[in-house]
Design a protein around this ligand. Structure first.
Ligand code: F6P
Length: 546
C-alpha cells in the first residue's frame, strides 16, 4: 500500500504551527529556560546509551505537541508500519524500502511479493561471515599462497560512502587488514592507492548495486589490468570478489558466482552498508563487530517503531528540521561530531539526506509549494570551531546544529577528552546564550579599554545567541552505538520525506548528468564536433581538446 498523499501545508496542524511560530519566533532560548525551569529535562530523551537533549532548540513543549499533531495528521504511524513491512513505498521505482530487514532478528518475518526475505538475508550474512573469517584467519590466501594484508573497496556513492565512513569511524576496532577505498573515476585516485599495494596480498571488493556505474566499472577494469600485469588470469578468482544485484554482469566481468555477494533491489544504495555492501566493514573490523553494528541499528529500529512520538528520537529530530526549514526558513543543518573518528560522518549523511530529500515534486506528481530537503554539512569539533563556527555564531543565517559527543574516549586519555568535551559543552552554551552588551562592556572594562574604543568595539563583540543546537551524548563509540546513530538519521530522513509528501527513495536527479557525460565522452574520444551543446559547453570542450 502506498503512503498517504497530503500536502502538509493544508493540514490543521500546519496552520496552528504557523500562528505558533509568529508567537515564538522572537523568543530567546535564555528566556524559555527562565520561564520553564523543567525545560531541560522535559525536552531530553534518554534511551539506552543515548542522552539526546533537544532543549537548546527554539521550541517549547507546546511546539513539540503541535509538530506531533502534524505527524499524526499525516498518518506517520501508518507510514512507519508500511516502511517496516515492505510495502512499495518507493513508488517511483516500484520497490519496497527494506534496509531495516537487513538487521532484523532471525525469527522476524518481512514479506516482499509474498516471500519472507529474512532467510535470504541470513544466508548472505552467513556468506559474509565465512568469507571474513577465511580472509582474516588466513584460510583464504592470495594466488601465490601469501596471506591477504590489504582490502580495496571499489565503489561510489552508497557503495563507497557508507563502508568508508564506518571503517574509518571504527578504526579503533580494526584487525590486521588495511582497507582502502577507490571511488572517483579520476584515474589518479586508484593509481595513488594501487601504487602502495602488493597484488599478491591484496583483495579487491567491487561494489555496485547495478554493476553499470561508470566510475566503478572503469576503476575495476583498470585495477584488474594493473593486477594482470604481474599476476596470471587464474589469480583473479583469489583476489576479486563482487557485491551486486546484477549477477550476470559480474560474471561477464570474470568473477565466479561463488565470489559474488548478492544484494536485493529493495536495498537503496545510500542505505546499503548493512547488506553485503558492508563486506569491507566486516573484513576491516571482523564479523562480530559488523554484527554489533547491525544489532545497534536494529535496536534503533525498535525504538523508532515502538516509542511514543514524544519520546522518539528520530521523530523529534525530523520534526525539528521541518520546524526550522519550513517556518524559520533555515536552509541548512550542520552535523558536528566531537570525535575525530566520525570525520566522514557528515559527508556520508550528505548523500543520505540530500539524495533522499532533495526533491521538488510531491507524491501526487505536483510541484511542492514549500521547501523540502536541507543542505547538510559539517566537520568534527574542535577543528570546525577554528574553521566555520564564526558564521554559525555571528553570521546572518540560522543553522540548527547537531552536536554528537561521547562520554568516554576510546584510548582513555582523560586529559584530552575533558578538553574536547568542555568545548562540546561550551559551544552549545555559547550558541544559545550569546553575549549581551552588558557582558561585553564588563569585559572591556576589565581590560581598561578607552571609552572611544569601547563604543567602536561594542557592536562587533555582541553575539545574539539563540542559535539552536541538539546535543547527542552517547556513552562510547562502539560498533553498536554507531549502528544506532546511523539508523537514527536514516529514520529521520524517512519521517522528513513522509511530512514533505515526497518520494525519498529514488534519485532521478543524478541521472541526467551521467547521460550527458556519456555523449561528451564520445566527443572527447572520437574528435566529434561538440556542436549539439550550448555555446559555453562547446567552448569549454574545445579548450580542453586543443
Ligand atoms: O549517485 C547515484 C547512485 O545511484 C547512488 O544512489 C548509488 O549509491 C551510486 O549511484 C552507486 O550505484 P551502484 O551501487 O549501482 O554502483
Amino acid at each position: 500500500m502506498a503512503l498517504q498523499v497530503t500536502n502538509p501545508t493544508t493540514t490543521k496542524a500546519w496552520s496552528k504551527l504557523q500562528s505558533h511560530f509568529l508567537e515564538l519566533k522572537d523568543s530567546h532560548l535564555k528566556e524559555l529556560f527562565k520561564t520553564n525551569p523543567k525545560r531541560a529535562s522535559e525536552l531530553t530523551v534518554i534511551w539506552d546509551d543515548f542522552y539526546v537533549d533537544f532543549s537548546k532548540n527554539r521550541i517549547t513543549k507546546g511546539t513539540l505537541t503541535l509538530l506531533i499533531n502534524l505527524a499524526e495528521e499525516l498518518n506517520l504511524k501508518d507510514a512507519i508500519s508500511k516502511y517496516f513491512e515492505g510495502d512499495i513505498i518507493n513508488q517511483t521505482e516500484g520497490r519496497a524500502v527494506l534496509h531495516t530487514a537487513l538487521r532484523a532478528s532471525k525469527n522476524a518475518e518481512v514479506f516482499v511479493d509474498g516471500e519472507n526475505v529474512i532467510p535470504g538475508v541470513y544466508a548472505v550474512k552467513e556468506k559474509i561471515k565465512n568469507f571474513t573469517d577465511a580472509v582474516t584467519n588466513g584460510n583464504h590466501k592470495g594466488f601465490t599462497g601469501k596471506q591477504i594484508t590489504d582490502v580495496v573497496n571499489i565503489g561510489i556513492g552508497g557503495s563507497d560512502l557508507g563502508p568508508a565512513m564506518v571503517v574509518d569511524s571504527l578504526q579503533f576496532y580494526k584487525n590486521q587488514l588495511n582497507t582502502h577505498f577507490v571511488s572517483n573515476v579520476d584515474g589518479d585516485h586508484y593509481q595513488e592507492i594501487v601504487k602502495k599495494l602488493n597484488p599478491e596480498t591484496t583483495l579487491f571488493v567491487i561494489v555496485s548495486k547495478t554493476f553499470t556505474t561508470q566510475e566503478t566499472l572503469s576503476n575495476a577494469n583498470s585495477i584488474r589490468d594493473w593486477f594482470l600485469q604481474s599476476q596470471p588470469k587464474e589469480a583473479v578468482a583469489n583476489h576479486f570478489v563482487a557485491v551486486s544485484t546484477n549477477i550476470e554482469s559480474v560474471k561477464e566481468f570474470g568473477i565466479a558466482e561463488e565470489n559474488i555477494f548478492p544484494m536485493k533491489d529493495w536495498v537503496g544504495g545510500r542505505f546499503s552498508l548493512w547488506s553485503a555492501v558492508g563486506l569491507s566493514i566486516s573484513l576491516a573490523v571482523g564479523n562480530k563487530n559488523f554484527e554489533s553494528l547491525l544489532l545497534g541499528a536494529n535496536k534503533m529500529d525498535e525504538h523508532f517503531k515502538t516509542s511514543d512520538f514524544e519520546e522518539n528520537i528520530p521523530v523529534i529530530s525530523a520534526l525539528l528540521t521541518i520546524w526550522y526549514n519550513n517556518f524559520f526558513k533555515a536552509e541548512s543543518e550542520a552535523i558536528i561530531p566531537y570525535t575525530q573518528y566520525l570525520n566522514q560522518f557528515a559527508t556520508y549523511m550528505q548523500q543520505g539526506i540530500m539524495e533522499s530529500n532533495g526533491k521538488s515534486i510531491d507524491r501526487d506528481g505536483n510541484r511542492v509549494n514549500y521547501q523540502t530537503g536541507t543542505l547538510i554539512w559539517g566537520e568534527p569539533g574542535t577543528n570546525s570551531q577554528h574553521a566555520f563556527f564564526q558564521l554559525i555564531h555571528q553570521g546572518t543565517k540560522l543553522i540548527p546544529t547537531d552536536f554528537i559527543g561521547y562520554v568516554k574516549s576510546l584510548h582513555g586519555n582523560k586529559n584530552h577528552h575533558d578538553k574536547l568535551m568542555s568545548n562540546y559543552f561550551a559551544q552549545t552554551e555559547a550558541l544559545m546564550n550569546g553575549k549581551t552588551e552588558t557582558e561585553v562592556l564588563e569585559e572591556l572594562n576589565v581590560n581598561n579599554v578607552s571609552e572611544e574604543e569601547k563604543k567602536m568595539l561594542l557592536p562587533f563583540k555582541v553575539f545574539d545567541g539563540n542559535k539552536p543546537t541538539t546535543s547527542i551524548l552517547i556513552q562510547k563509540l562502539t560498533p553498536e552505538s554507531l549502528g544506532k546513530l546511523i539508523a537514527m538519521y536514516e529514520h529521520k530522513i524517512f519521517v522528513q520525506g513522509v511530512v514533505w509528501n515526497i518520494f525519498s527513495y529514488d534519485q532521478f536527479g543524478v541521472e541526467l548528468g551521467k547521460k550527458l557525460a556519456k555523449t561528451i565522452l564520445n566527443e572527447l574520444n572520437f574528435y566529434e564536433n561538440p556542436n549539439s551543446h550550448d555555446k559555453s559547453t562547446q567552448n569549454l570542450i574545445r579548450f580542453y581538446k586543443r
